[in-house]
Design a protein around this ligand. Structure first.
Ligand code: RIB
Length: 338
């Protein structure tokens, strides 16, 4: 066990939950004497030293963090949540997951509920139709960190990936592979990540100096159903583009499914590039080329910033921006002919 053991290792050795160890440390009256003695013996045996920042968490608040995501069915957010939960777990905190389905009313009601639950803080991938709820939460003393979104450095911390660069990487790859008539599939454009990926793709087209066109086919949401509907429309057009850049992998997988079902070959007839590089991208029937986001790192970093804001007496807001990486697979490159 390299380094000092964390709370999870103490729990595992003592055969109890992380929450029980946290109660032994912070609210021993809640733990049966026999269990308390076993945990304390394990703490002594392993030489566990509680993390001071955890002790300085806001008193009078629950030992929980709120995590508000756009689409709980999207593996992108599952991976982000994994990163958040790993760090929260080490600090003896639980994570309350809220799903907005890109619906502003759901986002508002979740934020109200998290405020009532007096969470230590909230991590959110916001819907960009701001109704001031996030500002109101902060004014009630609850720190809020944005993830997958650049924030306003005067009021908040944020963690994001450079989506304009991501869009540019995707189109540079397709242009380099000879594609000239292309389509951007995704939406709604009210989501900033969709707009920025599109903007980056247009930047690459302009910078290429080549005679390239890229149409737009919006989807109601960034999911497989939206991708399938788009793929059906592409196949029915009778004149499919030579390449499609999708705003995320779920849309790309839907397009792939629909085109294949219609008898079109990927990439021979239509090349496809997705975004996120979720695990299903590599596992697809035609392994998907995708722009990789560091998903767990996004979540962990957002949680670290939130805990810093919770525990630092002097806190300066930080904006962390990661760079995406293009992962090339079969869906956008023909096998080299031998
Ligand atoms: O929520 C939709 C998308 O936004 C995800 O697939 C991920 O790309 C995020 O940035």
């Amino acid at each position: 066990m390299a380094g000092s053991p964390n709370i999870r290792e103490v729990a595992m050795r003592a055969g109890v939950s992380v929450g029980t160890v946290s109660n032994v440390l912070n609210r021993p009256e809640l733990v049966a004497e026999q269990t308390r003695e076993r945990v304390n013996a394990t703490i002594a045996e392993l030489g566990f030293v509680r993390n001071d920042s955890a002790r300085q968490l806001r008193v009078g608040r629950s030992r929980t963090l709120g995590l508000v995501v756009l689409d709980v069915a999207n593996p992108f957010f599952t991976d982000v949540a994994r990163g958040v939960e790993d760090l929260a777990n080490q600090e003896g905190l639980a994570v309350i997951l809220c799903n907005t389905d890109e619906d502003p009313r759901k986002e508002s009601s979740h934020l109200d509920l998290l405020a009532e639950m007096r969470v230590q803080g909230v991590l959110i991938n916001p819907i960009d139709v701001s109704d001031g709820r996030i500002k109101a939460l902060r004014e009630r003393g609850t720190p809020v960190v944005l993830f997958d979104r650049m924030g306003d450095p005067t009021v908040e911390c944020s963690v994001a990936v450079d989506d304009v660069l991501g869009g540019r990487l995707a189109l540079e790859h397709l242009i380099e592979n000879g594609h000239r008539r292309m389509l951007f599939v995704g939406g709604p454009f009210t989501l900033r990540q969709v707009q920025e990926r599109y903007d980056g793709a247009m930047d690459a087209i302009e910078a290429s100096g080549a005679d390239v066109e890229m149409g737009v086919m919006t989807t109601p949401a960034l999911n497989v159903v939206g991708g399938r509907l788009a793929g059906d429309r592409i196949a029915a057009s009778g004149a499919p583009p030579s390449a499609v850049f999708c705003a995320n992998d779920l849309v790309a997988l839907g397009v792939l499914q629909a085109l294949t079902h219609a008898g079109l070959r990927v990439p021979a007839d239509v090349a496809i590039v997705g975004y996120d590089d979720i695990d299903f991208a590599a596992a697809a029937a035609v392994p998907l080329t995708s722009v990789r986001q560091p998903r767990q790192l996004l979540g962990r970093t957002a949680a670290e910033l939130l805990l810093a804001e919770t525990t630092e007496t002097e806190h300066a807001h930080r904006q962390v921006v990661f760079e995406p990486e293009l992962i090339v697979r079969d869906s956008s490159t023909l096998p080299t002919r031998t």
